[in-house]
Design a protein around this ligand. Structure first.
Ligand SMILES: [Mn+2]
Length: 418
């Protein structure tokens, strides 16, 4: 990974998933390339949707000859973009990833996927931690090293990959022991700190900070955070947990986190469909706003570990800042493409789904991949579905989850469909 990172050229555009793992891994890689060679911080874009031909055309228009992707699970569902890539002047798309691959491996001449977990069912480390491992020896100062490491810890906890990165998490807890008032500080011996314990601890406030820009503003909010991290002084986890820092990035993220909490309070008690299982239930929620499926599904799953949580979001609106970013990017397209691009991105008649479970159960990523609309990990997966196909998709999803849970648990039945 380090070799690939070091071989990226100055004409490389960065593309990250818009979740905390994608944001932080993209930032760490950008910060590293700047440390070793790049004159300018790499231009980046963030998304949580499959890439299409417009993403490639815009990257080409911006003058990129290479693209590096971080935590970019979307690449496994981006056939249109990969076809466009082969015809473009972009010579290489290299993706640093940790998601299980689809049954059919991707073969494209210009695509390189670096993923230590391609053949394994479970991934144990997030992309942030893989990138951090590759780069941390190159930190310029001990302050920067601490900054990178603490961001790594936040990425690990946010992506629920704590089991695979115990040493680092324990080192961080031990450094800031005075802030960890719960069980975490007592688990520094041989005990395992689980992802659930870490998410239930003081880490959660830091994780929430890095979800908030996507939740409130979408891709443009994540991009602004990326730029802020590159342009400002390093900070550390103490600055976050003590809440005494007036660091501009942390102040902005704090405001967004408040906005996020206010919106969550409003939406919480509205389940759309409940399917009882012998143990636990499947609960389907619909949330307002276009960017709330992933965070909200994690939140509900944490509060109800016995449930399989399905959260759906209608993508028929975007935030003002994301609209402006899309309009600005559309200048790289010719007139005909520009129109189609904007109508696809701004008037999207699609629904995004996020499916989560915390207890053993069916392979959710595999189910969504089989249904041809998404993919992901066994316990956390996502899909994008056309509005008119959503009803049918949801029934098939619930059937498949019931079928496979039944095979594990015994018979289940549906109640209380609203
Ligand atoms: Mn990830």
């Amino acid at each position: 990974m380090k070799q690939e990172l070091a071989s990226l050229e100055g004409s490389c555009g960065f593309f990250g998933d818009a979740d905390p793992d994608g944001l932080i891994s993209t930032f760490l890689a950008a910060s590293f390339t700047q440390t070793i060679r790049f004159a300018q911080p790499p231009t980046a874009r963030f998304t949580r949707s499959p890439l299409d031909r417009f993403d490639i055309l815009i990257a080409e228009g911006m003058g990129f000859r290479q693209i590096a992707g971080f935590d970019l699970w979307q690449v496994y569902q981006s056939d249109e973009a990969l076809e466009q890539l082969e015809e473009s002047s972009i010579t290489k798309l290299v993706v640093f990833d940790h998601h299980p691959s689809p049954k059919q491996p991707l073969f494209q001449r210009r695509l390189l996927i670096l993923n230590p977990y391609l053949k394994e069912k479970r991934t144990s480390r997030c992309v942030t931690d893989l990138i951090f491992e590759a780069i941390h020896a190159n930190a310029k100062t001990s302050k920067q090293d601490r900054f990178w490491r603490d961001l790594d810890a936040i990425g690990i906890v946010a992506d629920r990959c704590v089991e695979g990165s115990q040493q680092l998490i324990k080192a961080v807890v031990s450094d800031y022991r005075e802030f960890f008032t719960g069980t975490l500080a007592n688990l520094l011996d041989e005990s395992v700190i689980t992802s659930q314990l870490a998410n239930d601890s003081e880490f959660r406030r830091a994780v929430d900070l890095f979800w908030a820009p996507y939740f409130v503003e979408g891709p443009a909010g994540v991009l602004e955070t990326y730029r802020g991290l590159l342009e400002n002084e390093p900070f550390d986890l103490r600055d976050i947990l003590s809440e005494e820092s007036d660091h501009p990035v942390l102040s902005r993220l704090g405001t967004l986190r408040k906005e996020m909490s206010a919106r969550i309070k409003k939406m919480y008690e509205k389940p759309r469909r409940v399917v009882e299982l012998p143990e636990g239930r499947i609960v389907v929620f619909e949330v307002d706003g276009p960017y709330q499926e992933a965070y909200t599904s994690n939140l509900i799953a944490d509060a109800n570990p016995g449930w399989i949580v399905v959260v759906k979001t209608r993508m028929n609106s975007v935030s003002d800042s994301t609209r402006n970013l899309l309009i600005s990017d559309s200048r790289w397209l010719d007139e005909k493409d520009r129109e189609e691009f904007l109508s696809r991105r701004l008037g999207m008649k699609t629904i995004k789904y996020s499916v989560r479970r915390r207890r053993p159960g069916p392979n959710l990523g595999r189910i969504l991949m089989d249904l041809g609309v998404g993919g992901g990990h066994p316990e956390a997966a996502g899909a994008v579905v056309a509005e008119e196909a959503a009803g049918r998709f949801e029934n098939m999803l619930v059937d498949r989850i019931m079928e496979e849970t039944r095979a594990i648990q015994g018979l289940g039945q549906e109640i209380n469909a609203e």
